[in-house]
Design a binder for this molecule. Structure first.
Ligand code: SF4
Length: 391
C-alpha cells in the first residue's frame, strides 16, 4: 500500500514484504531505517480501517456463518471510527466482487483464508507478513491484495511483496495442495485498478533463491546504498547521505564546457534530477521538525504559518448577512462541474447516453508533456513531415 500503505506493515518484520522493493534495491536501508521512529499517518489509519471492513465482508461471505445482525453490529462499530468514509463501503464491495468473480467461476469449492499470516523466513531472515486473501483451487494459488491508497498505482507484475506472500503461502500449503501456478492480484478500487500477474511455481521458487543472498545482506545491513525511486518510501529519505550525494552530483555539470550544455547533457541532468522535488520536500519536512524540537538547522527556522479565518457558524453568519440585505448571489459561487465529475455522478452508461451520444462532448488533445522514454505513450513532435508538406 504506500502512499502505498500496506496492511501487512502492521507486522514489524525488519524485512517486510511491503518494503521489499526498497530493501532489495538498497540493502543497507532496512537497518538504517531502524533509527527512525515509526510514525503512523492518517493514510495508514484509513487503509487499516478499510481493510477491517473488507475483512468483515470477506469473512461473512467466505469463512464465517455470520448472522446479518452480527455483521451489521460489527460494521456499525467500524463506521464509528475516526477515519471512516462512506466510500469505503463501495470500494470494499468492489474488492469482494472481484474475488467472488474468481471463486464463482471455479467448479469446486475453493480453500479461502482471510488475513492470513504467512512466513517466508526460509527465503528472507525473520520474514513474515499478512496476506489479505489466499485462495487455493486445484493447482492454482491465488494471492490477493487490497490496496486502499490512491497515491501510487501498484502493479502486480513482478511485484516482490506479492511474490513474498506467495512464497509464504506456498510453504504453508504445498503439503496439502498440488500447487503449480500462482495468480497474484492487486485490487486498488480508488484508482479503478485491478492488476493481475501469473507465474509458475518453478519461476516463483527460482526468484526466491535469487533474492535469498540479497535478503541476507539486507538483514545484516550490508551492501551499497543505492538511491532511486524506492527512496520515497524510506524513513531515511531526508537525511540519507547517498541520496544527498546523488543530487549534489549535479554540481559536476558546472565543470563542463562549452558554456551551453548539449541535448545529451539536458537528458542526463533531467535523469539525475528526477525525484529532486520530493527530496527537497523531505528535507524541508525534516528541517521543520528539527527546528520545532529546538535543534538548529543553520539558515532556517520555524515560524507560524499564515492563519485562516472561518465562520464559527456559517449558517448563522449567512442568515445575518442576508437579513442585512446582502444578496445570496454575493455569498455563493455557482461553478459547473467538470466532465469527469459529472460522468462520475451519473455513471458511464447514463453519461454516454445523455450527452456523449448526442455529440455534446469533445475530446481535446492534452498539452505536450515531457515523459521518460520508457513511457508507454507514443512520442510526438510538432515538425511537419517533409513529404506531407510537399503534398
Ligand atoms: S534514502 Fe534511498 S539510498 Fe538512502 S537508505 Fe533509503 S533507500 Fe537507500
Amino acid at each position: 500500500m504506500s502512499n502505498v500503505i500496506d496492511h501487512a506493515s502492521r507486522s514489524h518484520a525488519l524485512l517486510s514484504a511491503s518494503s521489499a522493493v526498497r530493501w532489495l534495491a538498497c540493502t543497507p536501508s532496512a537497518r538504517l531505517e531502524e533509527q527512525f521512529e515509526d510514525k503512523g499517518s492518517p493514510y495508514a489509519a484509513e487503509g487499516t480501517l478499510a481493510h477491517e471492513i473488507a475483512e468483515l465482508k470477506l469473512r461473512k461471505y467466505y469463512t464465517e456463518a455470520m448472522a446479518k445482525s452480527t455483521f451489521t453490529r460489527r460494521l456499525n462499530k467500524l463506521k464509528k471510527q475516526e477515519h471512516y468514509q462512506e466510500e469505503m463501503l463501495k470500494h470494499t464491495d468492489t474488492y469482494l466482487e472481484y474475488l467472488q468473480e474468481i471463486t464463482l467461476a471455479m467448479d469446486s469449492v475453493p480453500y479461502v483464508a482471510i488475513e492470513k499470516k504467512v512466513d517466508f523466513s526460509s527465503y528472507v531472515p525473520e520474514g513474515f507478513g499478512t496476506a489479505d486473501c489466499i485462495i487455493i483451487s486445484k493447482n492454482t494459488l491465488y494471492v490477493n491484495d487490497f490496496k486502499y491508497g490512491k497515491g501510487v498505482q501498484v502493479s502486480a507484475e513482478d511485484n516482490p511483496q506479492m511474490k513474498l506472500y506467495a512464497l509464504g503461502a506456498y510453504l504453508e500449503y504445498s503439503f496439502l495442495y498440488p500447487i503449480e501456478k500462482v495468480h497474484m492480484s492487486i485490487v486498488q478500487p480508488r484508482l479503478n485498478s485491478i492488476s493481475e500477474y501469473e507465474i509458475t511455481i518453478q519461476e516463483l521458487l527460482q526468484w526466491g533463491d535469487e533474492i535469498k543472498p540479497i535478503a541476507d545482506k539486507a538483514f545484516k545491513g550490508e551492501g551499497e546504498f543505492s538511491p532511486g525511486d524506492h527512496c520515497k518510501f524510506c524513513k531515511a529519505k531526508a537525511v540519507c547521505r547517498a541520496r544527498a550525494d546523488e543530487y549534489s552530483a549535479l554540481d559536476d555539470f558546472h565543470q563542463m564546457k562549452p558554456p551551453l550544455i548539449s541535448n545529451d547533457e539536458v537528458g542526463l541532468i533531467l535523469e539525475k534530477a528526477q525525484g529532486l522535488d520530493s527530496w527537497v520536500k523531505a528535507l524541508k519536512d525534516y528541517a521543520l521538525k528539527e527546528s520545532l524540537k529546538g535543534n538548529e538547522i543553520p539558515g532556517w527556522k520555524a515560524v507560524e504559518g499564515r492563519g485562516s479565518r472561518n465562520f464559527i457558524d456559517q449558517d448563522k453568519a449567512f442568515k445575518e448577512l442576508q437579513e442585512k440585505g446582502i444578496k445570496e448571489a454575493m455569498l455563493f459561487e455557482r461553478v459547473p462541474l467538470t466532465v469527469p465529475k459529472i460522468e462520475k455522478q451519473l455513471g458511464k452508461k447514463e453519461f454516454r447516453e445523455l450527452v456523449e451520444d448526442a455529440g455534446l462532448v469533445q475530446k481535446s488533445p492534452g498539452k505536450p508533456a515531457l515523459a521518460k522514454s520508457s513511457d508507454k505513450r507514443q512520442a510526438i513532435t510538432n515538425q511537419v513531415d517533409a513529404k506531407d508538406d510537399f503534398k
